[in-house]
Each structure stands twice: as structure tokens, then as C-alpha cells.
Design a binder for this molecule. Structure first.
Ligand code: ATP
Ligand code: MG
Length: 459
């Protein structure tokens, strides 16, 4: 839904012009002529943002601000100041206005302030939501896997959970680093304390700093109230620093200090205090490379590098695919109200032949889509996206591999019809069946029983 912006000014030309510009940008707008009208409109409409003039008849923009802050704490207030009201505007920011623009201003300038305000409110809301979700999640989120590589990962998680040292989780995108981080927390002695996550790549340096370490009231524009910060809020628990490879160097120094002595200093504060927080970090870049390139502090790297959990890419643990697929089908059924019961052998074989650059997350999306569009009870190759059948990019493949892939591709195109597939491939049905057996696409039980192996339900 588009955000709703209320414009308050006793100059109708002004409100009309601003409404025009904001509407053009996709916002919903309402206008009020003066403070009293603005007060009424604010209560009635509960807008996301109020842009108000300061000096207006009996009820000023400051009066409006105070009422709004008391009654509609979520609403952002931005002031427009004319010459002579700047002082009161600064005072107003102290009282909780998000920011002010001085008249005369360009429409573009106001747009920027509005968008920035909405963005920071969105981030704050997301963080709040993330935190509650994480707090409520006391149970362990299951990590699925039975391949030897994942069993190793489970063992390392158990070891890490017992220790108090910082943990570094490495792995390509989508391998499940966040799941692993949570498991380290929930299997350890801090499990009843908070696990708070933050993505170091998603926030600007200054925002990240105050999210992590907190800030004093008035430390910068928009620092309306004192903020505790993640380290303080997670006291006794775990802070998960996701994408730590993208953390700006100045903050790396602060994190190192937190690691070494537990000392935290909020933005704008004169003194530090000590917290008891366990740090779990994750990265999909090589930190060693980042150190070499001068982008990552060597001392922090060594500090993090004592306990490393390397989560292998999905293509190195293809045996986990059937388990993961089962789980994802179940979850997708619940979400979509479908009743998909499983997946055909051909489809599993195709999934095993793909190299999964997006790893488990990509597999999850593929299955989600296959379930959403499924016309069958069972997922067949036809329901899988085309790229699954394209040659692997990372390896030069053998003739066998190529043959296998081509057979799967033709089966997909013929929607699992083996007679037609054999015809297209220029071999007889028995030969096709032998090849399916050889490539492990067909099990012994399948026999020559028509097209049942594709899992299609024939009426
Ligand atoms: N072993 C697993 N069992 C069940 N679900 C998994 C597993 N691994 C990953 N997932 C799921 O795949 C998705 C991606 O996992 P996650 O967010 O932990 O990956 P990530 O390594 O943090 O990725 P990125 O580097 O992109 O942040 C999530 O929805 C997660 O639940
Ligand atoms: Mg992640």
C-alpha cells in the first residue's frame, strides 16, 4: 500500500503544489488548511507522514507536532520553516519531529526527506519484527542433512555451541549459514537469552553503528530518543553479524574491542560499558582475501578464525536433495493449500544434475514454484525450470553426463512419455529403460510398467 502523506499549510497554493509532487511520486496525499484542520485530519486519517508549516493561525505546526507525537507515535512529522521560525524548528526536532526543510525549498528536497524518513521507519519496523520473531523462536529450526559433509557440520555446531569463543560461519549464498548460526545459539547455554541478527551489508555505516552499539539522544539528526543497540539488547545472548565481510573498517575496530573486552560505546556517549555477548559471524566472501585486499582487519580475522564452520555448497552434498525436497514440498503445500505428495525419480535426477549456484535457497524456490504450479500430485521434470536442464557451467562434462542430461531433457519435453522419448532419441524403449537404470534415474521396482515411473497420475 502506498504511504499516506498529510500536508498542512494555511497557504492553499503550497499544499496543492506539494500534493501534486508527492502524488506524482506515488504517495497518497491529503491536504489540510491550517493547524486546527491538520489536527482533525491527522486523527481521522492517521497518515504515515505529516508535512506541516510551522507558523499557522491559532494552532501552530509545533502544537500539531506535540499532539501527533502523543497520539500517533508511528506518524512521522516533517516541518516546513519560513524565515524566523528556524529556531523553533530545531527545538521541534528535539521534541520528536523527524526533520525540517527551510522555505523556500525545492520539491525534490522535501521528497528526499520524506523518503529517507519512511526508509528509516521501515528499517526500524523490520528490525523490531525480526527481533520478535527471533525471540519467539525458542525451538530449534531443523537443519536438514544426512550427507557426510553435513554430519561434519552438525558436529562442529555442537562443539561451537559448547564454547564461548566467537564463531565464523563460511559458505556460499543460500547454503544455510543463518540456520547454522541459530543452531549454535539454541544448542548452547545461552539459548534462553536473545539471539539478535543484523545484516552488515544492508545498512549504511552510521546506521549500522547505532543499530549495533546504540546511541545517545540527539547524537545525530533523527536520534530522537536514546537507543540501546543490539549488543546491549542481546546481553547474555548472541549477536549474529551477517555478511561481516562487508562491515566498514571503523566498525570492525569497534567489534574487535567488543570481542576482546566486551566493551561497547554508544554513538555520542562519553563512556563505554561492558556487555556479555557471544558473537557469531557469517560471510560468503573469503575473509582471508578481504584481509589481503586491505578491506578486513587482520586482527579481527584471527580473532574470528579460531572456530570456523564451513557450510558446503549444495552441489557437494547432492544426497541431501531428496530430504530437502520432501521438507520443502510439505512447507509449500501448507502455504499454497495444494496436496502434492512427492516428486518423480526423473525430477530428482534432474535436480541432482544441476549445480545450484544459489544452493538450498534456490532449491527451495524451485520447489515452491513447482508446487504452486503443479497440475499433478507429483512433481515431474516438466514442473522444473529450464535452467535445471542446462549444462553445468562449472565443469566440463563427460559424454555419459551429457547423455543423462539429454535423456532427462527429452523426458521433460515429452512430459514423461517414454514411448515418445525413445522415439525422439532414436532408441527403443528397452534401451531407454536400461539407460535410465544405468543413470540411477530408474530403480529396480519400476519394471516396464508404462509411464508410472514419472509419477503422473493417469486417469
Ligand atoms: N540444511 C537446511 N535445511 C533446511 N532448510 C535449509 C537448509 N539450508 C538452508 N535452508 C533454507 O534455505 C534458505 C537459505 O538459508 P540461509 O538464509 O540460512 O542461507 P545463508 O547461507 O544465510 O544465505 P546468504 O548468504 O544468502 O545470506 C532458508 O530459507 C533456509 O531455511
Ligand atoms: Mg544469510
Amino acid at each position: 500500500m502506498n504511504e499516506h502523506i498529510l500536508i498542512v499549510d494555511d497557504d492553499p497554493g503550497m499544499t496543492e503544489m506539494l500534493a501534486e509532487v508527492l502524488r506524482h511520486r506515488g504517495f497518497r496525499t491529503s491536504r489540510a488548511a491550517g493547524g486546527e484542520d491538520g489536527m482533525r485530519a491527522a486523527r481521522e486519517l492517521r497518515p504515515d507522514v505529516i508535512v506541516t508549516d510551522v507558523r499557522m493561525g491559532a494552532v501552530s505546526g509545533i502544537d500539531l507536532l506535540r499532539t501527533v507525537k502523543g497520539e500517533l507515535p508511528e506518524t512521522i512529522v516533517i516541518l516546513m520553516t519560513a524565515f524566523g521560525t528556524l529556531e523553533s524548528a530545531i527545538e521541534a526536532v528535539r521534541e520528536g519531529a523527524y526533520d525540517y526543510v527551510s522555505k523556500p525549498f525545492k520539491a525534490q528536497e522535501l521528497l528526499l526527506v520524506v523518503e529517507r524518513a519512511l526508509e528509516s521507519r521501515r528499517i526500524a519496523a523490520e528490525n523490531r519484527q525480526l527481533k520478535t520473531v527471533l525471540r519467539e523462536q525458542s525451538g530449534i529450526t531443523e537443519i536438514i542433512g544426512r550427507s557426510p559433509k553435513m554430519i561434519d557440520v552438525f558436529k562442529t555446531i555442537a562443539r561451537a555451541a559448547d564454547s564461548t569463543a566467537a564463531v565464523l560461519i563460511q559458505g556460499e549464498t543460500g547454503v544455510g549459514k543463518e540456520l547454522v548460526a541459530r543452531a549454535v545459539h539454541t544448542h548452547g547455554s545461552r539459548k534462553t537469552r536473545p539471539f539478535l541478527a543484523i545484516n552488515c551489508a544492508a545498512l549504511s555505516e552510521s546506521l549500522l553503528e547505532s543499530e549495533l552499539f546504540g546511541h545517545e539522544k540527539g547524537a545525530f539528526t533523527g536520534a530522537v530518543a536514546k537507543k540501546a543497540g543490539l549488543f546491549k539488547e542481546a546481553n547474555g545472548g548472541t549477536v549474529f553479524l551477517d555478511e561481516i565481510g562487508d562491515m566498514p573498517p571503523a566498525l570492525q575496530a569497534k567489534v574487535l574491542r567488543a570481542l576482546q573486552s566486551g566493551e561497547i560505546r554508544p554513538v555520542g556517549a562519553n563512556e563505554s560499558f561492558v556487555v556479555d555477548v557471544r558473537i557469531v559471524a557469517a560471510t560468503n566472501r573469503s575473509l582471508r582475501e578481504a584481509v589481503k585486499d586491505g578491506q578486513f582487519r587482520e586482527d579481527l580475522y584471527y580473532r574470528l578464525n579460531t572456530l570456523v564452520i564451513a557450510v558446503p555448497p549444495l552441489r557437494d552434498r547432492l544426497d541431501d536433495i531428496p530430504l530437502l525436497v520432501d521438507q520443502f514440498i510439505k512447507a509449500a503445500n501448507i502455504r499454497t493449500g495444494k496436496h502434492v505428495t512427492g516428486i518423480s525419480k526423473e525430477a530428482i535426477a534432474a535436480l541432482r544434475g544441476y549445480d545450484w549456484p544459489g544452493n538450498v535457497r534456490e532449491l527451495e524456490h524451485v520447489i515452491d514454484r513447482a508446487v504452486a504450479f503443479a497440475r499433478e500430485e507429483v512433481i515431474v521434470p516438466d514442473a522444473l525450470p529450464a535452467e535445471i536442464f542446462e549444462p553445468r557451467q562449472s565443469t566440463l562434462e563427460s559424454l555419459d553426463e551429457m547423455e543423462r542430461r539429454h535423456i532427462l531433457y527429452v523426458l521433460r519435453k515429452t512430459q514423461g512419455n517414454r514411448n515418445r522419448a525413445a522415439e525422439i532419441l532414436g532408441i527403443d524403449r528397452k534401451t531407454l529403460y536400461r539407460k535410465l537404470l544405468k543413470f540411477g534415474i530408474e530403480g529396480d521396482e519400476g519394471g516396464d510398467a508404462g509411464d508410472a515411473g514419472t509419477g503422473r497420475t493417469n486417469p
